[in-house]
Design a protein around this ligand. Structure first.
Ligand code: NAP
Length: 307
C-alpha cells in the first residue's frame, strides 16, 4: 500500500492524459480524493457516467477548492486562461502542475498569474495515443515511459522531489530539464515527426484521388503508422506547433536540408550515401529497443487479428 502523497488532486481537463492519471492514481492508491472539471457538459456527463474521478465538478473553482495538487490537462494554448480562472480559488500552499507538450510558452502564460503562496512545476508525460476525450484514458499509459519534470528556476527542491516521486508511483521514469531544452528535445522526438506524418498522409490523400484509392487499399505497409500518428487530436497539435514555433522551425530546417541531401543522392545514384545513412538510422532504432522504449516484435508487437 502506497503512502498518500497528495490528499486532494484536481484535474482540470478530462481527456486522455487526465483520465489516465486518475486511473493510475487509483491503481497506486497514492492520493486521497480526485476531483475533475472539463469545460463541456458532455465531457462532464461522460466522466460521471464512467466514474473517471471521485467527484466531477461543474466549475473549475469548485474542483480546485482545497486541492493540494492541481493538474492543468488542457491544450497548451488554453493553459493561461484556465490558470486565470482557477487562481482566485487556489488554497495557500497548493502546487499547480501542467502536463502540456510545450513548456516555455506555458511558463510565460501561467507563472505571472500564480498567486504568491502557490507554486508551479511543469511536467510532460512522454506517453500518449492518437485517441482523446474522457473515454480514452487507461491506468497503464505511463508505465515504463518518461515523464519530463520542468521546474521553474525558483522551485522548491522538496516539492520537485515529491512530484517526481508521484510520477514514479504512476509508473513513469522521470528526468529534469529546463523549459527551453525540453521544447527542443520534444521538437526532435515528437513534434516534428508528427508534422511529417501529417504531411505524408496529406500527400497520400491527394494522390489517392489520382490512383483510385490504392493508397488506402495498400496502406498495410509503413504508411499505416503515419496514419495512426496523423489521427492525433487536431486542437492539441495545432497548439503544439503554434506554441513551440521556434524549436519546431529549427528542427524542420535541418530536416529539409537532410531531405535535399537524400534527394540528391537518389538523383545521382549515390547508393553509398543512402546505405550509410540507413545504416546509421537503423542503429538508432536498435538503441530505442535496447532502452526498453519500444518492442522489436514484428509489426511493432501488434496482435494480428484472425483473417
Ligand atoms: P484531450 O483528450 O483532447 O482532452 C483535452 C481536455 O481539455 C478536454 O477535457 C477538453 O474539454 C479540455 N479543453 C480543450 N480545449 C479547452 C479550452 N480551450 N479551454 C479549456 N479546456 C479545454 O487531450 P489530452 O491528450 O489529454 O491532452 C491534454 C494535455 O496533455 C495537452 O496539453 C497535451 O499537449 C498534453 N499531452 C498530450 C499527449 C498525447 O499524446 N495526447 C501526451 C503528453 C502530453 P472538453 O472535453 O470539455 O472539450
Amino acid at each position: 500500500m502506497s503512502e498518500i502523497l497528495y490528499n486532494k488532486v484536481a484535474l482540470i481537463g478530462l481527456g486522455l492524459i487526465a483520465g489516465s492519471m486518475s486511473l493510475a492514481m487509483r491503481r497506486a492508491g497514492v492520493v486521497g480524493e480526485i476531483t475533475g472539471y472539463a469545460r463541456s457538459q458532455a465531457t462532464r456527463d461522460t466522466a460521471r457516467e464512467i466514474n473517471l474521478v471521485d467527484h466531477v465538478c461543474d466549475s473549475a473553482a469548485e474542483a480546485v477548492k482545497d486541492a493540494d495538487l492541481i493538474v492543468l490537462a488542457v491544450p497548451v494554448g488554453a493553459m493561461g486562461a484556465v490558470m486565470a480562472e482557477i487562481a482566485p480559488a487556489l488554497k495557500a500552499g497548493a502546487l499547480v502542475t501542467d502536463v502540456g507538450s510545450v513548456k516555455k510558452s506555458v511558463f510565460e502564460a501561467v507563472l505571472p498569474l500564480l498567486p504568491k503562496d502557490v507554486s508551479f512545476i511543469g511536467t510532460h508525460p512522454m506517453a500518449g495515443t492518437e485517441h482523446s476525450g474522457p473515454r480514452s484514458g487507461f491506468a497503464e499509459l505511463f508505465d515504463g515511459r518518461w515523464c519530463l519534470v520542468v521546474p521553474p528556476a525558483d522551485a522548491d527542491e522538496a516539492e520537485v522531489a515529491k512530484l517526481e516521486r508521484f510520477w514514479k508511483i504512476l509508473g513513469s521514469n522521470t528526468e529534469r530539464m529546463d523549459a527551453e531544452h525540453h521544447d527542443l528535445v520534444c521538437a526532435v522526438v515528437s513534434h516534428t515527426p508528427h508534422l511529417i506524418a501529417y504531411t505524408m498522409v496529406g500527400v497520400a490523400d491527394d494522390m489517392s484521388r489520382v490512383t483510385d484509392q490504392e493508397v488506402i487499399k495498400f496502406s498495410a505497409a509503413g504508411f499505416r503508422d503515419f496514419t495512426r500518428i496523423a489521427a492525433s487530436d487536431p486542437t492539441m497539435w495545432r497548439d503544439v506547433f503554434l506554441e513551440n514555433k521556434e524549436a519546431t522551425l529549427e528542427v524542420l530546417g535541418r530536416f529539409t536540408e537532410e531531405l535535399f541531401a537524400l534527394q540528391r543522392a537518389i538523383r545521382q545514384g549515390d547508393g553509398a550515401h543512402l546505405h550509410d545513412y540507413f545504416t546509421r538510422t537503423r542503429g538508432i532504432r536498435r538503441g530505442i529497443i535496447e532502452a526498453g522504449q519500444d518492442t522489436d516484435a514484428p509489426d511493432f508487437g501488434r496482435v494480428k487479428k484472425a483473417e
